[in-house]
Write a protein that binds this ligand. Sequence first.
Ligand code: FES
Ligand code: FES
Length: 162
Amino acid sequence: MTEITLEVNGVTKALDVEPRRLLADVLRQEFDLSGVHIGCAHGACGCCTVHLDETPRLSCLTFAVQCDGSSIKTVEAMGGPSADHLLQQAFKSEHGLQCGYCTPGFIMTLVPFVDEMIASRRMPENDEIREAMSGNICRCTGYHGIVAAVRKAIESGLGENA
Ligand code: FES
Ligand code: FES
């Protein structure tokens, strides 16, 4: 066992983990964060994406011991206490989800992209959006609603900051 300290969604916790334990399993089992979904467990689907020190990372390909001392954010901490992130709101209004299994992964992958576009005051082409989410698989939506949600979130952010 190895003792590590993780800051997860603002809460710091020390825990003993086996070196082979995956970050996805530790987040689900030790932190009760069931929004970390596991689809393929080998880096193909993107369902398990979280932010590790503010960068999207596949938690099924990351050992928990590699994250000692790091800050991790999961979909449970997206948005604020009273309102979802603009992208979460847009997923609802633009039908960006059906069963929802892939949704946490898409949100965690695309929030930095949306934030970057809003900060640079730019609306990307659809192909650029598709490229940004190319590491995530959705088996239900056909992706059109997800692309529309990204455009809507950026549009809303640009309107708010006009
Ligand atoms: S569960 Fe991690 S990429 Fe599929
Ligand atoms: S909404 Fe079902 S897999 Fe994407």
